[in-house]
Design a protein around this ligand. Structure first.
Ligand SMILES: Nc1ncnc2c1ncn2[C@@H]1O[C@H](COP(=O)(O)OP(=O)(O)OP(=O)(O)O)[C@@H](O)[C@H]1O
Ligand SMILES: [Mg+2]
Length: 375
């Protein structure tokens, strides 16, 4: 079909959403903005694809006179990576070379050098590799960060913060970070991450350096009515008519997870023209499976027979009573101890997560795909 007849894809997933792609969440936004304005540190908890990063971004963008120093810590391997990510976020914030140079001067131990690409005028930096691997380097970098932040109202956002817990010597690095951050009373820090259980471990476990160091904000599903009207208007933008019933069925299919809802809407939009009905959802799911089926297939190949039975059991019967006789019989698992062990593995692999005594699928598409397979 010609693009102009089909319209432009009105949905976005797998990325931070802004502007017309972002559905406002007034109550959470007010709370987060309030915490930031009063200089509090906050940890934003939530399951994957709930919209944590988008929420934080929208809140800071909406706060006049404030700027965001956003540090993505995904897959940091060493303390040097942490230092470089922070310095690089300062570079993104201070777009004037002179300001960035001033910031680099605050890192004497790291012997920074400023580099300018002669072709583009873009500036970068280098740090002494050995010095950056000393855990204490992170103190110097955080002090620099605080000075930069003091030049204007600045929120520091540490995203994918749980990955700092993976470093060798993580306890030391976290303790040093906490030590510095707690004296930076004027700078609000927002911590978040996509692995909820690990973030909870960092902030709610008495043995962790960050224990009780921040207020908590939980991001769950988007309020159903507002998300439904938002999606309706996105469909309209993409030249589709859609009933309340269809939008509601789409949300049900993926348990209201905002990222998955947008993904399914995009697929539904792609397989239709004119109007979208409940009967189109299956075709939309097939589009998603076509794109992701190989990945799901390889997820299954990693499992032992018992782990696979448990996964299928949770898909078919729900994840509440996995150790009950009824569940074990239905799922074909010999005893409760095997189910428990298999559940630990499924959580480690992040196929499922445990929430209030129930195992839930991390991806409802994976569950839907499993249920449609002929085993
Ligand atoms: N407020 C929102 N309005 C519309 N869609 C949203 C909203 N928040 C999240 N989404 C959908 O969810 C997707 C993921 O959003 P985002 O990256 O902000 O979530 P996250 O919780 O940070 O995810 P992760 O846990 O993977 O880091 C977006 O691409 C979008 O499809
Ligand atoms: Mg995120």
């Amino acid at each position: 079909m010609k693009k102009h007849l089909q319209g432009i894809n009105p949905f976005r997933y797998g990325c931070v959403v802004e502007d017309s792609f972002y559905c406002p969440r007034p109550s959470l936004e007010r709370q987060l903005a309030g915490f930031i304005r009063s200089g509090q540190n906050v940890v934003v908890h939530g399951e994957r694809r709930m919209g944590k990063t988008s929420l934080i971004n929208a809140v800071v963008r909406g706060m006049r006179g404030w700027r965001m120093l956003y540090v993505d810590l995904l897959h940091v391997q060493t303390v040097g990576d942490v230092c470089r990510r922070i310095v690089s976020s300062v570079r993104n914030l201070e777009r004037k070379a002179s300001l960035f140079e001033k910031a680099l001067k605050l890192l004497p131990r790291l012997r920074p050098v400023m580099k300018v690409d002669p072709a583009t005028g873009e500036f970068g930096f280098g740090l002494d590799a050995r010095a950056a691997e000393d855990p204490y380097a992170v103190e110097e970098v955080l002090d620099m960060l605080a000075k930069v932040a003091a030049n204007g109202r600045t929120v520091v956002v540490f995203d994918e913060f749980q990955d700092v817990g993976n470093l060798s010597g993580a306890q030391t690095v976290l303790a040093l970070m906490r030590g510095r951050i707690q004296f930076q009373g004027d700078v609000p820090y927002v911590f978040t991450g996509s692995v909820r259980s690990r973030m909870v471990e960092l902030f709610d476990n008495p043995d962790s350096a960050f224990y009780k160091s921040a207020l908590t904000l939980c991001v769950g599903e988007i309020d159903r009515d507002s998300f439904a009207s938002f999606l309706q208007s996105r469909f309209e933008t993409g030249r589709r008519r859609v009933s309340d019933e269809t939008v509601s069925a789409i949300m049900d299919t993926v348990a209201d997870v905002p990222g998955d809802v947008q993904q399914l809407c995009e697929a539904a939009w792609g397989v239709t023209s004119g109007s979208v009905g409940v009967e189109d959802i299956e075709a939309a799911l097939q589009v998603v499976f076509m794109r992701e089926g190989d990945k799901f297939e390889s997820f299954c190949e990693r499992l032992s027979p018992v782990q696979f039975k448990l996964l299928m059991g949770i898909a078919r019967l729900g994840g509440r009573e996995i150790q009950s006789r009824a569940f074990l019989d239905e799922a074909g698992i010999g005893n409760a101890a095997s189910a428990r062990k298999a559940a630990i593995r499924l959580c480690e692999l992040r196929y499922v997560y445990s929430f209030r005594g129930e195992y839930r699928f991390s991806s409802m598409f994976f569950r839907a795909w499993l249920l449609r397979r002929d085993y």
